[in-house]
Design a binder for this molecule. Structure first.
Ligand code: KIV
Ligand code: ZN
Length: 499
């Protein structure tokens, strides 16, 4: 008997994109969707069309350019949502509507102020309504992780009878333990008489760090579809990470599961999502983190050199990780630079590529070696200065240990250069006060994070800031070898978004 093929449902553009500050515009979403198509996912959940005109437009545009995967749109169990989702999917070759409702006691009582019988009725009605538009309807039982198995089985049976082709069992709060989640899936296979007429899908969150374990446990117990995001991005602690589940199934061939994922595309897709969402991948992230294949202790290095599998369970090449040895220097030519950029998910040509290359040469002149993080910082920074609403034109700083810091700066706002001067208890404080003189929109600074890329004193600094206004969060990023400049760029990036 051949391996069972597990369907990969990617929700980077829907659940993943709900992360504050990680929102993508339509063009960026199309770029991610095309990368997901190359990666080989079966379904792309492209958005929640009723939530905003921009979400609607993104789903609709993705349908026009993506050919192979099914395109899915999320709705509540509400007719208006379903109407809008169906409209957004009208150009899709393979459209799917994903509708659903909360089924746990928490959701029924405190969120929906309803009863089990009413929820069952609404679930069935929503599936039937969606079936008028498309053949492929997926139902989600929100907070299924905390839903009694017997009631969940009744819901699953009813929605399959109503025409659902896929039933999603989400562990919405990331509360469930792997064995318990696996038993839940097993229970459904044992107690839902028509379960063979639909595919069971698992959708886990990582609040207790168990999303991948729960998902794999769901697969072992019969689930035929996994709902995942690239790099595990998603609200709170995130969703199940695509690369972790896919590589777990690849590594454990004894489990006899396959997916259609082109694993050598994983690294490139991961970097693209990280860059566009401005969400750095943690260094020790499984599969795609900077250190995932870096062996630093002498014993491990020696062991890997003798036989790679002594310390590596995955060959980095199988997930498209570029050779560790390939670092760029000031002598690297444009071809090597373009090749490396492509590996990092940056496919640009012409003037844009030349601009990045010149910036790279500047950095390479100051440093001996330029690694992937430096390159990504260059791209993020250049992208920002081309697109920015507020552009830093000049910055002068006077500071020292026995005096107040004084900052003079010039910022271009809609082609007009404005000047400000401020003092502060340090250069960053003074610079931020000067920016406030030019644009003060009543925001507060919630978070300010400075990181050096490699740790050398000649390094590029990366700065992330988070502003808050009217309970909404705005993120900004800046990078430069001068840390004050990087900080001001990050602040202007965030303030620009707020405006
Ligand atoms: O986590 C969840 O329950 C969800 C549903 C909307 C599918 O994302
Ligand atoms: Zn979710």
């Amino acid at each position: 008997m051949g391996n069972k093929v597990i369907q990969v449902f990617d929700t980077t553009l829907r659940d993943g994109e709900q992360v504050p500050g990680a929102q993508l515009n339509t063009l960026e979403k199309i770029e991610v969707a095309q990368a997901l198509e190359r990666l080989g996912v079966n379904v792309i959940e492209a958005g929640f069309p009723v939530s905003s005109p921009m979400d609607f437009q993104s789903v609709s545009e993705i349908c026009k350019v993506v050919k192979t995967p099914t395109i899915c749109a999320l709705t509540r169990a509400v007719e208006k949502d379903i109407d809008v989702a169906a409209d957004s999917l009208k150009h899709a070759r393979y459209p799917r509507i994903h509708t659903g409702i909360g089924t746990s006691p928490y959701h029924i009582q405190y969120k929906l102020n309803s009863t089990r019988e009413e929820i069952l009725e609404r679930a069935v009605k929503a599936v039937r309504y969606a079936r008028q538009y498309v053949e492929d309807v997926q139902f989600y039982a929100e907070d299924a992780g905390r839903t009694d198995n017997d009631f969940l089985a009744r819901v699953v049976e009813a929605v399959i009878d109503a025409g659902a082709s896929v039933v999603n069992i989400p562990d919405t709060t990331g509360y469930t333990l792997p064995a318990v989640f696996g038993e839940k899936i097993n229970y459904l296979y044992d107690h839902v008489p028509n379960v063979d007429k639909a595919r069971i899908s698992v959708h886990c969150h990582n609040d207790l760090g168990m999303a991948t374990a729960n998902t794999v446990s769901g697969i072992i117990n019969g689930a035929g579809q996994v709902e995942v995001t690239m790099n595990g991005v998603g609200e709170r602690a995130g969703n199940t990470s695509l690369e972790e589940v896919v590589m777990t199934l690849e590594s454990h061939s004894d489990l006899h599961f396959d997916t259609s994922i082109q694993t050598e595309q994983i690294y490139e897709t991961s970097r693209l999502v990280s860059r566009l969402m401005r969400m750095p991948v943690q260094a020790n992230k499984a599969i795609v983190g900077r250190n995932a294949f870096a062996h630093s202790s002498g014993i491990h290095q020696d062991g890997v050199l003798k036989h790679r599998e002594n310390y590596e369970i995955i060959d980095p090449k199988t997930v498209g990780v570029p050779e560790n040895s390939m670092v760029l220097t000031a002598r690297s030519g444009r071809a090597a630079f373009r090749h490396r950029m492509k590996k990092l998910g940056v496919t640009v040509n012409g003037d844009l590529l030349e601009g990045y290359y010149q910036k790279f040469l500047e950095i390479a002149d100051k440093q001996k070696q330029v690694n992937d993080d430096h390159l990504l910082a260059i791209v993020a920074d250049e992208h920002q200065s081309n697109e920015a609403y507020l552009k830093l034109r000049s910055l002068d700083v006077t500071c020292g240990n026995n005096k107040d810091a004084v900052v003079n700066l010039q910022v271009e706002v809609e082609q007009e250069v404005q000047h400000a001067e401020a003092t502060g208890n340090g250069p960053i404080d003074a610079a931020f006060k000067a920016v406030k003189q030019i644009v003060h929109n009543g925001y507060s600074l919630d978070e300010f994070l400075v990181q050096a890329i490699t740790g050398g004193s000649d390094d590029i600094g990366k700065v992330h800031v988070q502003l808050e206004k009217d309970k909404k969060l705005y993120y900004g990023f800046g990078s430069d070898t001068d840390i004050i400049t990087a900080s001001v760029k990050a602040l202007l990036d965030a303030v620009g978004k707020l405006i």
